[in-house]
Design a protein around this ligand. Structure first.
Ligand code: GDP
Ligand code: MG
Length: 368
């Protein structure tokens, strides 16, 4: 399963946010949730469309899409040189699909800041430099190995090495300057050629500003700085209050949570925003299956063709794919029943080349 790794300096609120994320969802009976390891949690993706579909197709069960979060502790200055438990944690970050970078944007004299003062940009740069240095080491190791591969008798190996060599040079130049690997202008084929390096700075990233309860409505000075910074490096920003979210997480029912949010003047919890953004930067999209038994959201990688998307449900669906009966959920919201959709010619028959759209409702036809 694709996942988001939560990184940041110590004491910025990573674990607070992580445990609110996971406990909040454990309460809701319909949401599948499980904990594999203490620092790994599977969280359901909030999606209003799922509830709207069930107004017109009433199922016995509703199953949302899920996404996994990993609380990665222990990044400090010098992590790439093995400070703290640096190398071990960098290993964990290599395994995740995308990175949520928690940045401390709250003042609190009771919570020690590792650098002595709250300075989100300096914090971001500390972490970014460690990640770039870790990647640089990975790239340099490959550059050393490639000297051998270039001389290989096996033409496949030597050809591959020849193609990879200039890409490594471009990437290592960027990393040496402290720039992330994804700042290098590479085409898809080039990215594919170095994908096995699992470079951390190649992954999508979003900044999660952890602010105090009082600052949740209007950006404080720290958040403004992070937004400026993120604009330059093309990352998204989510503002959240770890403290507030952990209070919400202790409430038992969805109603209590809704009341709490309303009283705080919020439309949705910061966590819901964070989950949706995390899902988005992983490059994931959602389609639905809808019937009397269940209405369910399925996660697929963007730009998937119909058989590949069907394979998310079962590999037989992909192998034996014949076609998909398809409509978009917004058509259902307009016409209010599948019968009406049919009468109005809104149900399409799509074949193997159909690129599935976010929000499609699909019925697959297949044989095995
Ligand atoms: N004032 C304030 N304290 C917070 C907030 N979020 C977390 N903390 C506190 O900061 C300390 C470190 O939080 P923790 O989640 O363990 O940080 P981590 O080291 O990044 O995992 C704890 O004492 C939290 O209660 C917040 O939004 N505001
Ligand atoms: Mg922690």
């Amino acid at each position: 399963m694709l996942n988001c790794g939560i990184v940041g300096l110590p004491n910025v609120g990573k674990s607070t946010i992580f445990s609110s994320l996971t406990s909040a969802k454990a309460e809701a009976a319909n949401y599948p949730f499980c904990t594999i390891e203490p620092n790994v949690g599977i969280v359901s993706v909030p999606d209003k469309r799922l509830g709207m579909i069930t107004e017109y197709i009433v199922p016995q069960k509703v199953i949302p899409a899920v996404v996994e979060f990993v609380d990665i502790a222990g990044l400090v200055k010098g992590a790439s040189k093995g400070e703290g438990l640096g190398n071990k944690f960098l290993g964990h970050i290599r395994q995740v699909g995308a990175i949520i970078h928690v940045v401390r944007c709250f003042d609190d004299d009771d919570v020690v800041h590792v650098e002595g003062k709250v300075d989100p940009i300096s914090d971001i740069e500390t972490i970014s430099i460690e990640l770039a240095l870790a990647d640089l080491e990975t790239v340099q190791k490959r550059q050393e190995n490639i000297v051998k591969f270039l001389k290989s008798q096996d033409k496949k190996i030597s050809d591959n090495a020849k193609a990879v060599k200039p890409i490594l040079e471009l990437v290592s130049n960027a990393l040496e300057n402290g720039s992330p690997a994804n700042s290098v202008d590479l085409d898809e084929r080039q990215i594919e050629l170095i994908a096995d390096l699992h470079l951390i700075t190649m992954k999508s990233q979003l900044y999660c500003c952890n602010v105090s309860e009082d600052d949740i409505g209007d950006d404080n000075e720290y958040v403004k700085k992070v937004r400026d910074y993120a604009q330059k490096d093309g990352s998204s920003v989510v503002v959240i209050s770890g403290q507030l979210e952990s209070e919400i997480a202790t409430l038992d029912t969805e109603e209590e949570k809704a009341d709490f949010l309303e009283a705080a003047g919020l439309e949705e919890s910061g966590l819901d925003k964070l989950i949706r953004k995390g899902y988005e930067i992983l490059g994931l999209k959602t389609y639905f299956t809808a019937g009397e038994k269940e209405v369910r959201a399925w996660t697929f990688p963007k730009a998937s063709k119909a058989p590949q998307a069907a394979g998310v449900i079962h590999s037989d669906f992909e192998k034996g794919f014949i076609r998909a009966e398809t409509y978009h959920c917004t058509d259902l919201f307009e016409f209010k029943s599948e019968q009406k959709l049919k009468e109005n010619g809104k149900i399409r028959l799509e074949g193997k080349d159909y690129e599935v759209d976010d929000g499609d409702v699909l019925h697959f036809r297949f044989n095995v």
